[in-house]
Design a protein around this ligand. Structure first.
Ligand SMILES: Nc1ncnc2c1ncn2[C@@H]1O[C@H](COP(=O)(O)OP(=O)(O)OP(=O)(O)O)[C@@H](O)[C@H]1O
Length: 247
């Protein structure tokens, strides 16, 4: 059996997420105050300082945060009204793998993402095993997630998302714990994935070549355009701020 990630994508030709006048309060922070965005490109980067709102934006886009006012749409449909169908539209790889992984073994975790496609537990586990075998990772199938390093757990999260194959993949700091080979593997997988990918990162070289990068600054869109242009503008701003501090 050949199992490719996202083997049966159900996305329309142009995956399209959108925020309409979104206001979001998290704790005491007013994170977004009327943010509107249309996200149609295949590769979108999110950059900006700590606390700028990158994770909050990704959480809104996958339905983990509900806006206080405004709407989040996927292909024109309200994300929050979609219920369980949402898992076929968007999936997120968390910054901290322990926020994502639910099951004790790698195989069970990977199989979970296939269940929304209507597969039985047995069918899902068989597909997940075939997927691991194709990648030479069959030894991982029965391994306890707790026995994996942080970077290996992050890899499991990526594989689970890739296998589940929603039409938009949201990655929050996916490179944070990966070694250099792991980063290269992830970049290669991303380049080959047919889905829309939105990735938040502080490692600008991973998004500099993207067709679109958003620079978030205190919940506002500071710049929006081709990766090379927006990354250069952010770097220049950081240099200027450091100079002003006398560093
Ligand atoms: N669980 C939470 N409860 C309350 N406020 C939060 C919570 N998580 C984030 N915030 C606040 O929301 C704002 C945006 O945080 P967010 O995590 O989206 O930023 P970020 O750009 O992803 O930062 P980083 O680069 O550090 O990951 C910050 O002011 C932060 O203090």
């Amino acid at each position: 059996m050949t199992v490719t990630a996202a083997a049966a994508p159900d996305f329309a030709p142009a995956p399209h997420l959108a925020l309409q006048q979104v206001r979001l309060q998290r704790g005491r922070s007013r994170v977004f105050d009327g943010l509107s965005l249309s996200l149609a490109e295949q590769r979108i980067g999110l950059i900006g300082d700590n606390g700028a709102g990158k994770t909050s934006l990704l959480r809104l886009l996958c339905g983990l945060e509900v806006p206080d006012t405004g709407r989040v749409l996927s292909q024109g449909q309200d994300l929050h009204a979609a219920g369980s169908q949402r898992a076929r539209w968007v999936g997120m790889m968390f910054q901290n793998p322990d926020d994502q992984i639910i099951f004790p073994t790698v195989l069970e975790e990977l199989a979970l993402g296939l269940r929304p496609q209507g597969l039985s537990k047995k069918q899902a586990q068989a597909q997940a095993l075939a997927f691991l075998q194709q990648r030479g990772l069959q030894d991982w199938a029965e391994r306890a997630v707790t026995s994996l390093s942080q970077g290996q757990r992050q890899q499991v999260c990526w594989l689970a998302l890739l296998l589940a194959g929603p039409r938009s993949l949201l990655l929050d700091e996916p490179y944070a714990s990966l070694d250099l080979p792991g980063q290269a593997r992830l970049a290669r997988d991303m380049a080959q994935a047919p889905q829309q990918i939105i990735v938040s990162t502080h490692l600008l070289d991973h998004v500099r070549h993207f067709e679109r990068v958003l620079w978030l600054d205190a919940g506002q869109l500071r710049a929006d355009g081709p990766g090379a242009t927006v990354c250069a503008a952010y770097e220049a701003d950081v240099r200027q701020r450091l100079q002003a501090l006398g560093d």
